[in-house]
Ligand binder design. Structure first.
Ligand SMILES: Nc1ncnc2c1ncn2[C@@H]1O[C@H](COP(=O)(O)OP(=O)(O)OP(=O)(O)O)[C@@H](O)[C@H]1O
Ligand SMILES: [Mg+2]
Length: 276
């Protein structure tokens, strides 16, 4: 059942687990969610009770448009993140879950699997990304909007199941490009500006047309569906105020969890644990 307090608790535990170390005797029971994204690679580890106990992430360019473009780079990145967690927890990680965008061809799913297997983990489960996100949100109906680095993805949920998905170009990278042009800064500086709370209002004003474009992608794709609530996930939704833009543009109540960036990575491990 959708419960904002449970969601924020889980996400804050996941965020906290980026900092904490611990010793685990039952290493066989730990489960790693591996999220290979266009902007970030994120690993989240769950203990047998489903509690997040470690999280590591790195900015990355090993994927483009949801497809792996740098296989060796992806393997090295996952190995590095896995190694850091193993050092912190004093364990060896053996079992992983992964997720792919809806409609990913079997050959591309295999590439994801091989990357994780090359890091000495068994892939015990492959989920579709919106299914992973909904393992955290647990909504029965509505639309989950995932705005990552490259695209705005949306999934209409009915009776707890994904009934329609769409994914269109326009993501966090476009926001950074607009800031680069408007503020005459480098891409890296634009990425930092987005995360600087002192610049919140300025950034929101400058990128409003991009956020409106994202909302219009959702609007165009949910025609014909009864949607009573919009749920925002993905790193770009960390932007303060994006939820108000969506609510205003779509005329639909819009919910955003604390730390939307971690919803899918956490859900990959959680969704897999729920299936086992
Ligand atoms: N605090 C923040 N405020 C605004 N944007 C942020 C913040 N933190 C991260 N981002 C942006 O979120 C985006 C990455 O989000 P996410 O990790 O969900 O993407 P991804 O899964 O790697 O990409 P995709 O889903 O497109 O494959 C980047 O564009 C990054 O700049
Ligand atoms: Mg993503």
């Amino acid at each position: 059942m959708f419960d904002p307090r449970r969601i924020d608790y889980l996400l804050s535990e996941a965020a906290r687990s980026m900092e904490q170390n611990g010793e685990f005797s039952q290493e066989q029971e730990l489960l790693v969610g591996v999220d290979l994204g266009t902007a970030y690679v994120v690993l989240v580890v769950l203990d047998p009770s489903g509690k997040p106990v470690a999280c590591e992430m790195e900015a990355s360019q090993v994927l483009r448009d949801g497809l792996v473009v740098d296989y060796m780079g992806a393997v090295e990145t996952v190995k590095r993140l896995k190694g850091r967690i193993e050092d912190r927890l004093g364990v060896t990680l053996h079992r992983a879950a992964i997720a792919v965008p809806p409609g990913t061809a079997p050959a591309d799913q295999k590439t994801h699997r091989y990357i994780v297997e090359a890091c000495d983990m068994d892939v015990v489960c492959i989920l579709e990304e919106p299914v992973a996100a909904n393992a955290v949100l647990q909504i029965e109906s509505g639309v989950i909007v995932d705005i990552g680095g490259g695209t705005t993805g949306l999934s209409v949920i009915r009776d707890g199941k994904v009934v329609f998905t769409a994914d269109e170009a326009t993501g966090g990278t476009h926001i950074s490009l607009v800031l680069m042009g408007g503020r005459k800064v480098s891409f890296e500086q634009a990425e930092e500006m987005k995360k600087n709370s002192a610049l919140q209002q300025e950034v929101l004003r400058a990128v409003l047309p991009v956020l409106q474009k994202m909302a219009s992608i959702v609007q165009a794709n949910i025609q014909g569906f009864e949607v009573d609530c919009v749920y925002l996930v993905g790193g770009t939704c960390c932007l303060p105020g994006i939820e108000e833009v969506f609510a205003r543009e779509l005329g639909i109540p819009t919910y955003k969890p604390q730390n939307p960036l971690l919803v899918t990575p956490l859900g990959i491990a959680l969704g897999c644990a729920q299936q086992m």
